[in-house]
Design a protein around this ligand. Structure first.
Ligand SMILES: [Zn+2]
Length: 420
């Protein structure tokens, strides 16, 4: 559905909250483990991602309980009400003056929406990009929790050899919007999609080493978050948002992924807001490049609205983003942009144009290669039914899982195909 959800002028700077922070372990900001910044140290053992992640930080257990409670935005009183544990019991656990039974830990883990292993390890001391909607304000705790959980899963699956450690495509970080545009063109070139709409953005991102997940986090659940796990990136985008914005958010997190090193916390060359603007510029130029705008404008010469409608439906962008990009590239003037922004297209407009609106990234949606590999591991008996359902985030239900025995030849053949 198309709606002009915000003034067009904010489209290239709508990340009001964006911190690249080091969770739980401030000292790691100075010396982050090499593999988290895409610079794997020489000679680490091949399957060390997850174990390094578990060992990193040596965080005290009791601090993790308190941290999880704070991240969940709950008071000790509220946790007590949810879990049935006394408030003083929770206070003593957090103070380290009382031991915790396994059953109590499970209750707390459920209350905080964290996996149990979370309490025994530091959060990934990774570069985290956090975005949230200025209209909503603040950071989304659910988003934070989801991206962290998925980052752990991905690290584990890579260690186990269940999903490939794809190589991140790295690009020079831009310092101007022109350089952002160049970077977008370069990335399309590297992935052999120099022209046309980027349909199936999840596959495109995966080919650059970014696993992107679309989960329904509710309208107030923030936009998206990114975390680096070795050379692989993990992004969670809020699938509850409108489809054009979901795609924009994947492209934005892809920007964080390809420019990763430049925005590492220890570098800190420019203010976050500038980084966000440059990454937004990268995202829109990736989705709707200058060369494509030229083609569309000449196809609909003299009718800027039809040109904009065609761009929105063909490139699967929000109306706001299209209007802003046409204006950025000088294809329409400010007056026209304002007029268009107040006159978003309807489905009738698309039908008249002979086009169909296809909503991408409907939640829940896991990255294609990831999904395929997780199912392959299940078929081989490496993952339990409960675990595979967790890893697939509701994209399939129990009754749809493939048989684990008598594997069809076709499935094995697919598994050994080249990955990207
Ligand atoms: Zn960002």
């Amino acid at each position: 559905m198309f709606t002009a959800t915000r003034p067009a002028s904010t489209v290239l700077a709508r990340c009001s909250v964006s911190t690249r922070r080091v969770l739980s372990n401030p000292s790691a900001a100075c010396q982050p483990p090499a593999f988290f910044l895409g610079r794997r140290a020489a000679g680490p053992s091949k399957s060390s991602l997850f174990s390094t992640l578990l060992k990193s930080g040596a965080v005290e257990f009791r601090k993790r309980i308190a941290e999880a409670r704070e991240l969940a935005g709950l008071t000790q009183q509220q946790v007590s009400a949810v879990t049935g544990l006394g408030r003083t019991v929770i206070a003593r656990i957090e103070a380290g003056s009382r031991k915790l039974a396994a059953t109590e830990l499970v209750l707390l883990a459920e209350a905080f929406d964290r996996p149990v292993d979370w309490f025994f390890s530091a959060s990934p001391p990774a570069v985290v990009s956090r975005r949230s909607d200025p209209a909503v304000g603040g950071q989304s705790r659910v988003l934070d929790s989801r991206v962290e959980r998925i980052a752990r899963d991905v690290a584990f699956l890579i260690d186990e050899g269940d999903i490939p450690q794809v190589t991140r495509i790295a690009l020079d970080p831009p310092s101007t919007v022109e350089a952002s545009e160049d970077a977008a063109v370069k990335l399309r070139g590297k992935l052999d999609v120099p022209r046309g709409p980027l349909l199936d953005l999840q596959t495109f991102a995966e080919r650059a080493g970014l696993f992107s997940f679309s989960l329904d986090l509710g309208k107030a659940g923030g936009d998206a978050a990114y975390v680096a796990v070795g050379d692989v990136g993990v992004a969670v985008i809020n699938g509850a948002l409108e489809p054009g914005r979901r795609r924009f958010n994947v492209a934005h997190e892809l920007g964080h992924h390809v420019f990763q090193d430049a925005y590492a916390p220890e570098v800190g060359l420019s203010p976050q807001d500038d980084n966000e603007k440059l990454i937004n510029a990268f995202a829109i130029h990736l989705l709707l490049p200058r060369s494509e705008v030229r083609v569309i404008m000449s196809e609909f010469e003299g009718n800027p609205r039809l040109a904009a409608v065609a761009a929105a439906v063909r490139y699967r962008l929000s109306w706001t983003a299209v209007c802003a990009q046409l204006h950025n590239l000088g294809a329409i003037d400010s007056g026209t942009r304002e007029e268009l922004a107040n006159y978003p297209p309807s489905r009738a407009d698309f039908i008249e144009l002979g086009e169909y609106w296809i909503a991408e990234l409907d939640p829940p949606r896991v990255p294609p290669l990831y999904g395929r590999k997780v199912l392959a591991a299940y078929r081989r008996g490496k993952l339990t039914e409960a675990r595979v359902l967790e890893l697939l985030w509701g994209t399939v239900d129990r009754s749809e899982l493939p048989a684990q025995e008598e594997v069809p030849l076709e499935a094995w053949r697919r598994e050994f195909e080249p990955l990207v």
